[in-house]
Ligand binder design. Structure first.
Ligand SMILES: [Zn+2]
Length: 284
């Protein structure tokens, strides 16, 4: 199985808000095109530690990226490093901390904002360094990278939901409306991604609390969504994925077989089943 994958990490998106405010994604769910799972993020419920968890499958206490000020390259195998080793094309439109984890550290905006370097683990990058960088610009950055470089693995990481949460808290019109706007942005792109055969995962690093922060163990800080879209997912209700299994599951989709990352086996459809579905579809 070798599929192209888009991973969208909506920074600071709590599960309940995703479930209630993302009408486009919920509409896809109603048509069987997507499935929403509830995940618990690892601890601490902070951004940089959990970027590393999502991309490597390693919890913060083991990766050493235990707070936001650990400014260094990851020393773990990541989706980016394994895809690079396999000769796949990688890209990211994301906050500059991803550039620091997987490309060069510390971030030099003049050198690194626009990255086109086949030697880097993220070969094609557009990295921002302000939390208020507009999500609609970021989605355009990502779509430009996708169309220009046809990546096998594309990471998209908007920050405005987290930024709204820090200004107004989880239970605010500001936070909820920012989630609705992000859902609207996704509705402009996801249909094309589906048509072009991408397998899409949309998740979050952590949630948000009423104190306009995150970091601890409250349900609204730890409960996060995972939407999966694509025919290579099983769309089974009872598969209980973990945040540490996202990395390995993406590796499986990308056809990277020699990894030792945990995988949510029930999340993915067996390649033979997908092929059979195609035969049936052609025959009917
Ligand atoms: Zn935050």
């Amino acid at each position: 199985m070798s599929q192209k994958v888009i991973l969208v990490v909506l920074d600071g998106l709590a599960y309940q808000t995703a479930e209630q405010c993302m009408g486009f994604l919920q509409g896809l769910k109603a048509q069987g095109g997507t499935t929403l799972y509830k995940l618990q993020c690892e601890l601490p419920s902070k951004s940089r530690p959990l970027y590393e968890t999502i991309l490597t499958g390693v919890p913060p206490v083991l990766s050493g990226i235990v707070h936001n000020d650990v400014i260094r390259n990851s020393n773990q195998q990541s989706v980016f490093s394994m895809a690079h080793k396999q000769g796949l094309t990688t890209a990211a439109a994301a906050f500059h901390w991803f550039s620091e984890l997987y490309n060069r550290s510390p971030f030099d905006p003049i050198r690194d904002r626009y990255t086109n370097d086949l030697e880097q683990l993220i070969q094609h990058g557009c990295f921002y360094h302000g939390d208020h960088y507009p999500d609609n610009y970021l989605y355009l950055d990502a779509e430009t990278l996708r169309r220009r470089y046809n990546p096998d693995f594309l990471l998209i990481h908007p920050m405005n939901i987290d930024n709204a949460g820090h200004k107004s808290g989880v239970d605010s019109a500001h936070y909820r409306n920012t989630v609705r706007v992000s859902d609207g942005e996704l509705s402009k792109y996801v249909p094309t991604w589906i048509d072009e055969g991408y397998q899409v995962l949309i998740t979050s690093d952590h949630g948000m609390n009423a104190d306009k922060s995150h970091g601890g163990t409250l349900p609204e800080e730890r409960d996060i969504p995972l939407f999966v879209i694509g025919e290579h997912f099983s769309h089974q209700a009872d598969c209980a994925p973990k945040q540490t299994e996202i990395c390995g599951s993406i590796c499986e989709l990308l056809g990277i077989t020699d990894h030792n990352k945990p995988v949510t086996k029930k999340l993915l459809l067996d390649a033979q089943v997908v092929n059979k579905k195609h035969v049936v579809a052609v025959g009917s």
